[in-house]
Write a protein that binds this ligand. Structure first.
Ligand code: NAD
Length: 353
């Protein structure tokens, strides 16, 4: 029997909504057929691209030819649109952050279960090459046992757009880039979180955070610094990862970086003291060239389905979701913990997260 092509309508045709058109294009069994946006200009753009435009969300949901609703509106309305769509029998793809608190996500999950519909969150940065490389380094123990990692994104352009600067819309950088970095972090270890401390940045004077630094300690001893900044004119590396046998750096999305490890075939050479400022140091001298190896940054071959292929396969009961709602819920709980630690200015310990 020929496989069905699922008809998908995008609700919220702004920056990300229109980018989904490009992302879905290669998908064989998912086709963007229509658009609904509150703003006329966005609807005109959609019509010019040949999509059916709808006058209201209700019109989308009562159209029986629509199988899937993709939500790419500002964050505050994801929940109501998702629940309405699920109750109308549609499967739903929702942009991140799925909701602005973890309790709201549980409400959506309950409705998806009741209605027997698929609800999946677009955590697309699980497919980012820099992340897949770091995951591979950790899994293959290329730098030994990883005991500390730092994951950062930094820009100097402030908070973009309008609603991202407003609390009521679920704005702020922790709910924006933070969601991606924390989602990636939780996939890098099987361990539970032990403690969290954090600082929110409000340099720009907006009512929401314009960045944050989170310090996270896992029960297995791994520590992590997760940082998002919007006033960084010079960037720190995207990834800095320390293991018992070496260190890995990925500087940026261009995947420039290096891995330096102990050379197992060479007996460790005593470092020679180096001049450091007005003194000498052996402790801080670089490891000798002979006793270390430089490994290339290698992109692991991935056989992982694309987000959209997986979504279709989950609808058809052929695959498990690559983005599980429990994982997304854990990220939201971690975000809530980061907000709480920053507000109370404490290290929250003994967590069950
Ligand atoms: P945007 O402001 O560019 O677009 C939002 C659109 O939604 C606008 O066109 C607006 O008119 C429309 N809209 C608002 N309320 C609506 C409603 N009730 N019904 C229908 N349309 C409505 O914002 P954006 O940057 O595209 O972000 C949209 C969502 O996508 C956010 O949740 C954001 O976090 C997410 N996003 C995800 C990624 C990613 O990499 N996964 C990247 C960017 C944005």
């Amino acid at each position: 029997m020929e496989q069905k092509t699922y008809s998908l309508v995008i609700v919220g045709f702004g920056g990300m909504g229109s980018y989904h058109v490009q992302l879905i294009e290669p998908s064989e069994h998912l086709a963007v057929t229509g658009v609904y946006d509150l703003v006329d200009y966005r609807m005109e753009l959609a019509a010019a691209k040949g999509f059916k435009t709808y006058d209201s969300l209700e019109a989308v949901l009562s159209d029986e030819t629509v199988d899937v609703v993709l939500i790419a509106t500002p964050n505050d309305v994801h929940k109501t649109i998702a629940i309405q769509a699920l109750k109308s029998g549609k499967h739903v793809i929702c942009e991140k952050p799925v909701t602005i608190n973890s309790a709201d996500l549980l409400d959506i999950i309950a409705v998806a279960k009741e209605e027997d519909r698929i609800f999946m969150v677009h955590q697309n940065r699980r497919w980012d090459e820099d992340f897949l490389i770091i995951q591979d380094i950790i899994q293959k123990k290329k730098i030994g046992e990883v005991f500390h990692l730092e994951s950062r994104v930094q820009g100097a352009n402030g908070i973009p757009g309008d609603w991202r600067q407003l609390k009521a819309y679920g704005g702020g950088m922790l709910l924006d880039w933070g969601v991606h970095l924390l989602d990636q972090l939780l996939l890098l270890t099987g361990s539970k979180i032990d403690s969290v401390s954090s600082e929110l940045s409000t340099i720009l004077g907006t009512e929401v955070d314009d960045g944050f630094t989170g310090f996270i300690r896992f029960k297995d001893g791994l520590t992590a610094v997760i940082e998002v900044g919007t006033t960084n004119f010079i960037k720190l590396p995207r990834w800095y990862v320390k293991g018992t046998e070496g260190t890995a750096i990925i500087r940026d999305w261009d995947l420039s970086g290096e891995i330096v490890v102990n050379n197992p075939d060479v007996v460790k050479v005593e470092p020679k003291p180096i001049q450091a400022g007005q003194g000498l140091t052996k402790t801080m001298a670089p490891p000798s060239e002979e006793s270390t190896l430089r490994l290339p940054i290698e992109n692991p071959e991935s056989t992982k389905q694309s987000f959209y292929e997986n979504f279709v396969s989950v609808i058809e009961g052929k695959s498990k979701p690559l983005v599980k709602n429990e994982e997304v819920h854990r990220v939201l709980r971690l975000i809530e913990t980061i907000f709480e630690a920053a507000e109370k200015q404490v290290i929250l310990k003994g967590l069950e997260l």
